[in-house]
Design a protein around this ligand. Structure first.
Ligand code: GAP
Length: 445
């Protein structure tokens, strides 16, 4: 059994080697907790966001989308309670002067790094401050948003009226959020700049709890549908003392990371907190007029909120498999550790690899390139003719490509190719003219 540290180290190395994730500004020594997504990472990220967006908007009857700005009037953050309540407890080491978030590792009062004495905890606000305009004074202070949902609340009336909506309905948004985390850690698990996918469900007070339960279940099923193993997923009811300042009810969906069970998504019943506070602070009435009962009231909000990178890390870890000695016993490579990234076919960055059996046979290369350009409009494909065919299969396995096509001498005779399945390694002969329909049907699940 490999240690947790080793698995994470190997995965981090793989994500760099295969172009998923690079440390930000690496040539300058990196920049704490910031990461860049490479050619495969950006595809994986986009596929996760597309799956979420499709589920929320296209497959639901009454959820619409929004893309609000990152910089907002600073009053938003007063109203939301973030300027006052969005803080972590921070302790500082008297010896090495490092600062840590107060948690299990610091509760005993000793520095986790040098064992020095720690200070009493102090409140530390996580909002990222910046200035707008040419003068850097108090009047120009603003904040990078700490959660995307505030853009939804302040647009509640705009969306309601322009789309002629009636309760219950939802507004979905994907976008960047920023938090000045005291101790960002565990690769892309806790970052200072990240993306959130948030959906705010507006409903009557009496129905909020029932919708909270419904959204819990729907969100749990989404991870299972995208291949997360059931044994690695669980709910955690968050007790009142730990809840966010706006939450009446809160459940976290947790994933079993190699470093323990940790939240990947929060489901919150936010009551009427947000709309009533923004009404108070903006002096604009954000209540809802119910055409049936003729009453005016603040809708209650049930929120689902997940980090794109954090869920991406869970998808990667869940899909990551090391096979000591390799799966193929017939090649030299069988002495090595082979890695297979069993990502859901829907999430996999590259769907099909096109491989000529030999790179020095002109007829094979030219046929392979013809097949590659035929498939490209339908799927994200990669053409690869470097190295032995066994090595090329393994490169594709490592980056999670579900299908590899090999163009061989038989292809030249009968217009068929070998289609290899990443997970089973089973191979079948398919007619070139049937490839798009066969692969499309296999990609649906
Ligand atoms: N609007 C509610 C909200 O922001 P949250 O529990 O603070 O709730 C929701 O965050 C999700 O955003 C988390 O479950 C996590 O997936 C992601 N997230 C929060 N802070 C993060 C960070 N520093 N780095 C990466 N992801 C983060």
């Amino acid at each position: 059994m490999k240690t947790t540290k080793k698995i994470i180290e190997n995965l981090v190395a793989l994500t760099k080697r295969r172009g998923f994730i690079f440390p930000s500004s690496e040539i300058y020594g990196g920049f704490s907790s910031c990461y860049d997504f490479g050619p495969l990472g950006v595809e994986l990220k986009r596929n996760i966001k597309n799956e979420w967006w499709r589920e929320m908007t296209q497959l639901s009857e009454n959820i619409v989308g929004l893309d609000a700005s990152i910089l907002m009037n600073p009053k938003v953050w007063e109203a939301s309670g973030h300027l006052q309540g969005f803080a972590d407890e921070l302790v500082e080491c008297f010896s090495c002067k490092k600062r840590f978030k107060q948690d299990e590792t610091t509760k005993a009062g000793k520095c986790p790094e040098c064992q020095g004495r720690l200070s009493e905890p102090k409140k530390f606000n996580l909002m990222m401050k910046t200035f707008t305009g040419p003068v850097e004074n108090e009047a120009a202070v603003t904040y990078l948003r700490a959660e995307t949902c505030q853009g939804i609340y302040v647009n509640f009336k705009n969306v309601l009226q322009s789309m002629r909506l009636k309760l219950p309905f939802g507004i979905a948004q994907i976008g960047k959020a920023f938090r000045n985390e005291i101790t960002p850690k565990n690769f892309i698990f806790r970052m200072r700049e990240f993306e959130q996918m948030e959906m705010q469900w507006f409903c009557k007070k009496e129905e909020a709890h029932q919708f909270f339960e419904k959204w819990k279940e729907k969100r749990y099923q989404w991870y299972l549908k995208l291949g997360i193993k059931k044994e690695n997923l669980r709910f955690r009811e968050v007790p009142a003392v730990e809840r966010a300042h706006y939450a009446v009810e809160q459940v976290d969906i947790e994933y079993h990371f190699p470093f323990g069970w940790q939240e990947i998504e929060g489901i919150h019943n936010r009551g009427e907190w947000d709309l009533s506070r923004h009404t108070k602070y903006s002096s604009q009435d954000l209540s809802y007029f119910d055409p049936q009962t003729k009453e005016k009231y603040f809708p209650h909000i049930v929120e689902t909120s997940v980090g794109v990178e954090r869920s991406l890390l869970a998808f990667l870890i869940d899909a990551y498999e090391e096979v000591p000695g390799g799966r193929t016993k017939t090649t030299k490579a069988s002495k090595e550790i082979e890695v297979v990234l069993k990502l859901s076919k829907r999430l996999a960055p590259i769907k099909v690899a096109v491989l000529p059996l030999l790179s020095n046979k002109k007829e094979l290369v030219s046929k392979a390139r013809e097949v590659f350009f035929m498939l490209k409009p339908a799927f994200l494909c990669q053409y690869d003719d470097q190295g032995s065919i066994g090595r090329r299969y393994r490169r594709q396995d490592e980056q999670g490509t579900p299908f590899a096509l090999t163009i061989d001498f038989e292809t030249l005779k009968d217009e068929t190719v070998t289609l290899r399945d990443r997970d089973t390694m089973a191979q079948e002969r398919i007619k070139i003219q049937d490839l798009i329909s066969v692969i499309s049907s296999k990609l649906v699940n």
